[in-house]
Design a protein around this ligand. Structure first.
Ligand code: ATP
Ligand code: LTN
Length: 333
């Protein structure tokens, strides 16, 4: 048994757009706390991002910006490894190996894939289909114990766990079966324009999400425009008032007040007042992150250095574990 201090955490986000409040409250916020107690590895998964076309110049910028957001949010390169996925070739190499033990029928069941197919119609790449296998490679490559993510990633981690077990049965025990860590509240923040669907950085409507880099005035405006339900009361009701329930969840998480407290505070008040205060609460909550980010943007060379250094550290672990896997299979002579 590994001592808790030696247990490994791995997580990642795609540099495919603007990181938003859902990414922060569902995933990144947990990473900050977990890095104090575990060996933590956080990646910017650019090879995942290109499973849907990304404009090259924009991708280049978003890779660096995503790294800056990790740092601005409080990921500390002295405590955690931060790196860009494509800097460590072992990820794609292990993905190939895992492809050989993954079944098409299993990948066809993936909800995220099915949702994206609906949106993209016939323009679906093999890479998008294979996305969960690359994700499993990310995780297994470091013999990860825990993967802190939002609710939408649960199925992918179950798949990674199953692949670990399958590999170990076929070739001998080397991979750890990873477990997800999903927080109770905030694990599924819904879109501001449509509270039936999760907040998503690839949403067509910019009013779907609050980007972590949005200006205060834009944040307030987006909250003002957020879809609410008919009726007047500010109460948490997931059946009849999905929009307000989502806004209450966000409010609670950015203000550290409970939903019960907020319901009491806004009893008899209208949606307008509630939204105005919520907009301000989000601006206040994001202010330190945005200030840190501004400073980091003044010195991108420094961030690149952190990433290259992170990749070197990641590579030491990744290459050793990949070699072990190849030896088990017989890919050595
Ligand atoms: P896209 O919608 O474009 O596929 P995304 O917004 O889901 O992207 P990712 O980079 O794929 O963003 O996710 C990074 C992390 O944020 C993951 O752990 C994911 O589970 C979490 N996450 C994403 N959206 C939400 C959300 N709406 N609520 C809570 N957590 C979320
Ligand atoms: N699919 C994830 C991003 C991701 C990831 C990972 C998360 C890629 N590889 C490994 C955790 C562990 C998503 O958030 N959409």
């Amino acid at each position: 048994m590994k001592d808790i201090k030696n247990k490994i955490i791995f997580s990642a986000a795609q540099p495919s757009g603007n990181l938003h409040l859902g990414n922060y409250l569902g995933a990144i916020k947990q990473w900050i706390d977990l890095q104090n107690n575990y060996k933590s590895i956080f990646s910017i998964v650019d090879y995942h991002a290109i499973t849907i076309y990304q404009e090259p110049q924009k991708l280049r910028e978003k890779i660096l910006e995503t790294a800056m957001i990790y740092l601005a949010a409080g990921i500390d390169p002295k405590k955690s490894i931060i790196f860009v996925q494509s800097d460590v070739r072992e990820h794609t190499e292990l993905a190939w190996i895992l492809n050989t033990i993954s079944k098409i029928s299993e990948l066809e069941l993936m909800t995220q894939y099915k949702d994206k197919v609906k949106k993209l119609r016939s323009n679906v790449s093999v890479g998008l289909f294979d996305y969960p296998v690359l994700m499993a490679a990310d995780i297994l490559l470091y013999k990860t114990d825990f993967v802190p993510v939002g609710e939408d990633q649960k199925q992918h981690i179950e798949f990674a766990r199953m692949l670990a077990r399958r590999f170990n049965n076929l070739y001998g025990e080397i991979f750890i079966e990873p477990k997800e860590i999903i927080i109770k509240e905030g694990a599924r923040i819904m879109g501001l324009d449509d509270p039936e669907k999760k907040m998503s950085k690839s949403a067509e409507n910019q009013n779907n999400y609050i980007a972590l880099i949005d200006e205060p005035s834009l944040i307030k405006e987006k909250i003002k425009k957020a879809v609410t339900d008919s009726g007047k009361e500010i109460v948490y009701d997931l059946e009849k008032k999905k929009g307000i329930a989502n806004l209450l969840t966000i409010y609670s998480l950015v203000s550290s007040k409970t939903i019960k407290q907020l319901e009491k505070e806004y009893k008899g008040k209208n949606y307008g007042e509630f939204k105005k205060d919520l907009g301000e609460a989000i601006v206040y909550f994001l202010d330190p992150l945005q200030k840190n980010l501004k400073k980091l943007k003044e010195n991108p060379a420094n961030v690149k250095k952190i990433l290259k250094n992170g990749a070197e550290q990641a590579k030491i672990i990744a290459s050793k574990n990949l070699e072990e896997a190849k030896n088990k299979i017989g890919i050595n002579y």
